[in-house]
Ligand binder design. Sequence first.
Ligand code: DHB
Length: 506
Amino acid sequence: TADNMDNLLKPQTANTNNMVIKKTYSLVFDAKKYTEETLTLNNKVIKYRAYRNMVYAAHPKNAQYESMNIFIPEAYFNNGTINDYKAKTAPIFMPNNVGGYMPGKAGEPSAHDRMSGTANAALVALSKGYVVAAPAIRGRTTIGSDGKTYVGKAPAFIVDYKAAVRYLRYNKKRLPAGDTEKIISDGTSAGGALSALLGATGNSKDFAPYLKEIGAANERDDIFASVDYCPITNLEHADMAYEWVFNGVNTYHQRMMPPMPNKLNADVKMNRPGNAPPDISTALLMTNKEIIVSGELKQLFPAYLNSLKLKDKNGKILTLDAAGNGSFKNYLESYYMASAQSALDKGEDLSKLDWLTIKNGKVTAMDLNKYAAYATRLKAAPAFDKLDLSSGENDEFGTINNIPRHFTVYSMKKTAADTAKMADKKEIKMLNPMNYIDAGKASVAPHWRIRHGAVDRDTSLAIPLILATKLMDNGYDVDFFSPWGKGHAGDYDLDKLFDWTDNICK
Ligand code: DHB
């Protein structure tokens, strides 16, 4: 109830020095504050204890969004076993609800997920014996306790996710169940980017001052595994990667900011994660200027890609020539082709797809330009760092006074906004997992599962593929796949997901 919530969130007042009275929340987990609950999954009753709204930072900027829910299978209170796990060995599944770089609410198990209509990841996790720790997270529209400062701009979301991990470790002995050395993050889209960041930046010193400022526990924040669905990440290179794939497609489907003609508002597709940019059926024409921008951005991609010195599984260097052709292109195509092959093997008829070459039941070649026309373009160029500062990402990199900023050199140079500013260099760096994977930079999660649907065009497949490849090149365990027919979505293969997590945990 609201009353309960008020009590839980009431700060204790502590005199931290002679002059300043700081509001301090206790980080001590209270094992007595739970409710016993049940949900039904496949006619099976799932019993668990729910501990809600636990503030995970001693000095939160926004206590409602820096708090989390923890759910523990009831069996663990009776010395029980689920899926071979016991109270002490149960992995901790840690999903976030971030989408669109907006604030995420603390998660709840549900038997009727908004997208799938069936059980969500939190409930399936409980049914398989996982402890679920589901934090709320600040986002780009979060306002602080002063009622006016924007406290959720970059890098707030990753600072919060880390603080939540530290809270779990701080309470390791007080938690009735859960192995804090088996923390598994999960997120979709901006939440997938967040999950990737948590996996890549473990214990990095860059985040220490921010964690200190919100009073995060003084604990490690590295995790065991990172599960990332369609991560909208590597933002400062995502525009060029997008045009490398979609240049030549001159229509797009993103409904820009309202007000829009009613026809276009009515045209919005509903099969999208919450807070993803609206996708409409109507094809809108890019302007001549946007078409020129597309060509210029496409030309920037090879130099970036080559600078990464990525290698394929056989150690062969992945490169692109000035025209955007080369071994990296073949490599990316091989993932679309493997996706198509998986559909063929299930008996799907792909003979009408002009971008695929199929011989004797085998996909033997593809045409990336034709693929782009088939998949269609969601976003006009630039896809992320909009010249008029109108994207969610511009807002994510905004100031505490809510002024959006650029985060790419290209868009800063070409800006259409008179007083445009660039975001802080350090904060751009801190939002990109690519900056932390090389040896010695951070405690990177040993296990990764990354997915990007074969018709997802919220970002280019190149972006998650580059991330996956850099992780593999550095020796991490990576399961990367582009599921056939999937667009911008997550948590759609929960049985396979938890088979994978069981496999790495047992
Ligand atoms: C999301 C989708 C986007 O296309 C984007 O640019 C940012 C976030 C999302 O669904 O979270």
